[in-house]
Design a protein around this ligand. Structure first.
Ligand code: 5RP
Length: 262
């Protein structure tokens, strides 16, 4: 199975596996959403089978299901109260570890959970690293009521901000229906090309009636674990300003790969 693992999946796997080293017995852990976070859940499930005791707070119904299947004890954020650590993927991250998230549509729960954690670690393959945020369309969660008016207000707001593009599209599902979030909301994707001032953008968007949350994570992430297809990982600490490079052994007998065959 691992022989067939693509370079990008290897990168996601090694990032997730290295991030597991930050998880300690007894932790209350925020579990992200997306394909990289799915590797994390599989790796954590393997450690739980080996005796690790953790409680996971999933950031989506998809992750909740995956975590339960992996044997991880799952609870709600309200039940957990406060979390020791959240580990999640990202669509883009910059040198200060500011992020764009929400490509998987779970940005609202992801931001609430990450903000309710002592620390947040982002796990990603190297393609997510950018000099300036904004090439990836910025997801904004809006309530269904009057969403077209909300879109117009967003477009007006963008006209006064430092961006390269201003196109706003409603996210759709495969069957031509609007994508619906776990909260029953819609996602507008903002095709900006480049976001000159991400902090200003985040705060302006959240002032617009109908906007629930935007996918910019500013000053939330503490550490990035960046994987590559060769098994190399870079661990970047935003607070210390350090980056360490290591190589992860991709154990082809690891049960996380056996799980994929089921
Ligand atoms: C979901 C997210 C994901 O973390 C982001 O889209 C990255 O996903 P992937 O690991 O599949 O590339 O924000 O809302």
């Amino acid at each position: 199975m691992t022989a067939n693992l693509s370079a990008v999946d290897t990168a996601k796997y090694v990032a997730a596996k290295r991030a597991c080293d930050f998880v300690e017995d007894g932790m209350r852990l925020g579990l992200g959403t997306g394909s990289t976070a799915a590797w994390l859940v599989r790796c954590l499930g393997e450690r739980v089978r080996q005796g690790l005791r953790i409680t996971g707070v999933p950031t989506s119904s998809r992750t909740a299901e995956l975590a339960r299947r992996a044997g991880i004890r799952v609870t709600t954020l309200d039940e957990a109260g406060w979390l020791d650590l959240t580990i999640d993927g990202a669509d883009e991250f910059d040198a200060d570890l500011n992020l764009i998230k929400g490509g998987g549509g779970a940005l609202l729960q992801e931001k609430i959970v990450a903000t309710a954690s002592d620390r947040m670690i982002v796990i990603a393959d190297g393609t997510k690293e950018v000099a300036t945020l904004g090439a990836f369309p910025l997801p904004v969660e809006v309530i269904p009521f009057g969403w077209q008016t909300t879109r117009s207000l967003i477009e007006e707001t963008l006209a006064g901000l430092d961006v390269m593009g201003e196109t706003v599209t409603l996210r759709m599902k495969d069957d031509d229906q609007p994508y619906v979030t776990d909260e029953g909301n819609r996602i507008l994707d903002l095709h900006l090309g480049r976001i000159g001032n991400a902090r200003r953008m985040a705060s302006r968007l959240n002032q617009i009636p109908g906007v629930v949350e935007n996918g910019l994570f500013i000053d939330i992430c503490d550490l990035a674990v960046i994987g590559s297809g060769t098994g190399e990982v870079r661990v970047r600490d935003a607070n210390a300003g350090t980056t360490a490079t290591e190589t992860i052994d991709v154990d082809r007998q690891d049960n996380v790969f056996a799980d994929l065959k089921r």
